[in-house]
Ligand binder design. Structure first.
Ligand code: HEM
Length: 405
């Protein structure tokens, strides 16, 4: 048995560490069993791994998200404090958070998202039509393009720009949530951010002359209590939609497909009864969540699982650990598309609950069904797969699949 001092610290509990990438769930299970409120003395944060603690933290409306409120030296202040740029709503507290969220939330309600199902199917068929090889990289050729094209279409971006969109958001995500980016990643991220900002400024100017039926026009038009969004606020929300929405949805399709291919009996069940797709996607989210953790800042001394943590400290809620807590899920490490209770923490909760949850679900449901319909004999390819080293996220750089059994 490990002693407390043997428990992992710092980057050992992030995707930067190869052991963590290989098996985050084993490491997190150990933490939950031995130190459910784990003080990470290197990165200066408290890691919560019990389902109920994670759930309570995310839904506690008094806790803060604005890094400027975190103690100097703490994780959130050091690594997530974004300098002088307009923060996105993810890092905002009330009343600004509510104002911004309500201004951009209309297109993301379940009913509004449902209207995108036919367009999403078209996008998926266009992407599928380009695949002709017996083996292909599911990430680059399928799961990657789908969410980028869908969000680009929602924003009203010219299809000629879709390739740039994908590139910019990939470069940005490499630095956005990474406590230890490399010099190259920082440089490329800055260039991508400049290009993207310049692009959005120009688009906003165009829309101001000529409002359309797209999300960018909606944000310009939006008014709440007589307030409008500034160009900087609009750009910050667009960046968030790209960063928060693209890679995560790609990873859901990638991780979820991998789970199916690793469990042929589950794959066969879904193929025999495609109406299981909704439950399947929820189980995919629970089993291998694209976002492994979210966070809050203590607004008071907070005591969970008997461990007091002081005001201003960084609270890291491990969604990945919560989703595999045996106290809540029978046989938690089993991938079971017919599981009765597939509720999960993968979209966070409370005030900051993922705005794109319905869109991500819809895209994944359609993408997985279309993939299986086109390639009923799909299986692992010879090129293998590799998990990416972006902290807080879990997804693959590449994942080769074979189309014939
Ligand atoms: C499988 C895909 C996705 C996953 C796993 C995911 C996960 C998350 C998580 C964990 C949070 C933080 C919640 C919290 O701290 O309580 C979040 C916030 C957010 N997500 Fe997602 N997300 C996904 C897709 C999307 C998409 C497609 C969009 C939009 C196009 C989106 C937009 C947002 C926004 C705007 C926020 C901030 C909400 C706020 O602060 O009020 N996400 N997401």
């Amino acid at each position: 048995m490990m002693s407390y001092t043997d428990l992992p610290q710092g980057i050992e509990i992030t995707a930067l560490d190869p052991h963590f990438r290989e098996d985050p769930y084993g490491i997190l299970r150990n933490l939950r069993d031995q130190s459910p409120v784990h003080e990470d003395t290197e990165l200066k944060r408290f890691i919560y791994t019990r389902h109920d603690d994670v759930k309570n933290i995310l839904r506690d409306k008094d806790l803060w998200s604005d890094p400027r409120k975190a103690n100097p030296g703490s994780f959130t202040r050091e690594f997530l404090g974004s300098g002088d740029e307009e923060p996105s709503m993810l890092m905002m507290d009330e009343p600004n958070h509510r104002r911004l969220r309500s201004l951009v939330s209309r297109p993301f309600t379940p009913a509004a998202v449902e209207k995108w199902r036919p367009r999403t199917r078209e996008v998926i068929q266009r992407v599928l039509a380009k695949i002709s090889d017996d083996e292909f990289d599911l990430i680059a050729d399928y799961a990657g393009p789908i969410p980028t094209v869908v969000i680009a279409e929602m924003l009203g971006v010219d299809p000629a720009m879709h390739g740039d969109f994908k590139r910019w958001s990939d470069l940005l995500i490499k630095v956005s949530f990474n406590p230890l980016p490399s010099e190259d990643e920082v440089k490329n991220g800055e260039t991508a951010a400049d290009d993207l900002n310049a692009f959005f400024y120009a688009e906003i100017e165009k829309r101001r002359q000529d409002l359309r039926g797209d999300l960018l026009s909606d944000m310009i038009r939006a008014e709440e209590d007589g307030e409008k969004l500034s160009a900087e606020e609009i750009i910050s929300q667009c960046n968030l939609l790209l960063i928060a929405g693209n890679v995560t949805t790609t990873d859901l399709i990638g991780n979820g497909t991998r789970a199916l291919l690793d469990h042929p009996e589950q794959l066969a069940k879904l193929q025999a009864d495609p109406t299981l797709i909704k439950n399947t996607v929820e189980e995919m989210l629970r089993f291998d969540s694209p976002v492994t953790n979210s966070g809050r800042i203590a607004n008071r001394t907070i005591e969970l699982s008997g461990c007091p943590v002081n005001t201003g400290e960084s609270l890291l809620a491990s969604l990945a650990a919560a989703n595999r807590d045996g106290a809540v899920y029978p046989d938690p490490d089993k991938f079971d598309i017919e599981r009765e209770d597939t509720h999960h923490q993968s979209f966070g909760g409370g005030r900051h609950l993922c705005l794109g949850a319905h869109l991500a679900r819809l895209e994944a449901q359609e993408a997985v069904l279309a993939l299986l319909e086109r390639f009923p004999g799909i299986k692992h390819g010879t090129g293998g797969f590799e998990y990416a080293s972006v902290p807080s996220f879990r997804g693959m750089n590449y994942f080769w699949v074979a189309t014939r059994s």
